[in-house]
Design a protein around this ligand. Structure first.
Ligand code: TYD
Length: 130
């Protein structure tokens, strides 16, 4: 999805989004992942209910996403681009550049109950949903 971005003359640009206006949920939590060396992979989990907007304000991160609709690879390197996750989706994130920052706006508080950390279990979860 496009994140509204305003160029500010010779002074960079400013991006923003508002919960329920620009993204389809209320934001209850923001988290970000930083100080990751190049080449590192994170993620390896899915969420049962959580909705999220992922964006990369600095650097370059490859997302590998898999859900009911298939598998997708997305390179996040533009601060005006966000990826909306609204259904259970297995995700892996690869840091293509050192110090890239991954930011996430999430629809709910942190709870371990919402995580699926086992890929086989995620496959079963998808099958049971249909
Ligand atoms: P995790 O979701 O496993 O990170 P990754 O994005 O690499 O999959 O989270 C790493 C650790 O941080 C884990 O122990 C849970 C903790 N954590 C919180 O306590 N609160 C949060 O909001 C998040 C996202 C993670």
């Amino acid at each position: 999805v496009h994140i509204k971005t305003i160029p500010t003359l010779n002074a960079g640009e400013l991006s923003f989004f508002e919960g329920t206006r620009d993204i389809p949920f209320e934001i209850k939590r923001i988290y970000f992942i930083s100080k990751v060396p190049e080449g590192v992979r994170r993620g390896f989990h899915a969420h049962k209910k959580l909705k999220q907007l992922l964006f990369c304000p600095y650097g370059c991160i490859q997302l590998i996403l898999e859900n009911q609709r298939g598998r997708e690879e997305i390179e996040l390197s533009d601060p005006s681009v966000g990826v909306l996750i609204e259904e259970p989706t297995w995700r892996e994130m690869l840091w293509m550049k050192k110090d890239s920052v991954l930011c996430v706006a999430a629809s709910d508080f942190y709870t371990t109950e919402d995580y699926i950390r086992d890929y086989e279990e995620f496959q079963r979860f998808l099958k049971d949903k249909v």
